[in-house]
Write a protein that binds this ligand. Structure first.
Ligand code: AMP
Length: 217
């Protein structure tokens, strides 16, 4: 049973975590919690949290652990999380993983599985630098691999498709370096806790989604 599971999607930027999280959330009624999306909304709305996070997000560096972990802890207290959730882009450091464990314990929940999305660095850079995102509904498109029907317009809601400021080739390379230095240590961390499953995320979603279902069943 995939419904009611509490999952972490782990993997470098561009690995397709957000796309498959949307698909899984929709099929099984899970809540998709993307810390990147929450931070971009806070920045767009000019909140205090957004002002604190802006320089980190724009540069491709990590927002301080306490800020992000506090944001996730408060999201996890909401009722909808009782039906299961997918954390996409969190935790990104060992410290965040420990803070998450503590906040889940407070609401008597635990992580059921961590899925690692594996893809080559070349492919990740290509996916990131060609990615455009809907300003309104946040749907992702790729100008090469999965283009929208009409250039610059979201297929799902008609919103405008924009490139994220941190999705340039230079910033993508920096974000991959940050991933390998600060986030990759989570792989052995979750492996030793017997929570880790791995999927080949270098494939198209029609292949990687069934692979995801396969490791969750
Ligand atoms: P993403 O949409 O997951 O690629 O995240 C975009 C940016 O938001 C990252 O490059 C970071 O600046 C910030 N961010 C998202 N999640 C986290 C996190 N768990 N810890 C620190 N910074 C984060």
């Amino acid at each position: 049973m995939i419904s009611r599971r509490n999952l972490i999607f782990l993997g470098a930027p561009g690995a397709g975590k957000g796309t498959l999280a949307d698909m899984l959330a929709e099929e099984f009624g899970l809540v998709h919690i993307s810390t990147g999306d929450i931070l971009r909304d806070e920045i767009k709305n000019g909140t205090e949290l957004g002002r604190k996070a802006k320089e980190f997000v724009t540069s491709g560096g990590l927002v301080p652990d306490e800020i992000v972990a506090g944001m996730v802890a408060s999201r996890l207290t909401k009722d909808d999380c009782a039906n299961g959730f997918i954390l996409d882009g969190f935790p990104r450091t060992l410290n965040q993983a420990e803070l998450l464990e503590k906040s889940l314990a407070k609401v008597s929940r635990k992580i059921d599985k961590v899925v690692l999305f594996e893809a080559s660095e070349d492919l990740l850079i290509k996916r990131i630098s060609e990615r455009v995102i809907c300003d309104k509904c946040k749907a992702n498109f790729n100008k090469v691999f999965s283009p929208p029907k009409k250039n610059g317009v979201c297929d799902k809601c008609g919103g405008s498709l924009l490139q994220r400021p941190d999705d340039t080739i230079e910033k993508a390379a920096y974000r991959l370096k940050v991933y390998s230095e600060q986030t990759a240590p989570l792989i052995p961390y979750y492996k030793t806790r017997a929570l880790l499953a791995v999927i080949d995320a270098g494939q198209e979603k029609k292949i990687s989604y069934p692979a995801l279902l396969g490791v969750l069943n």
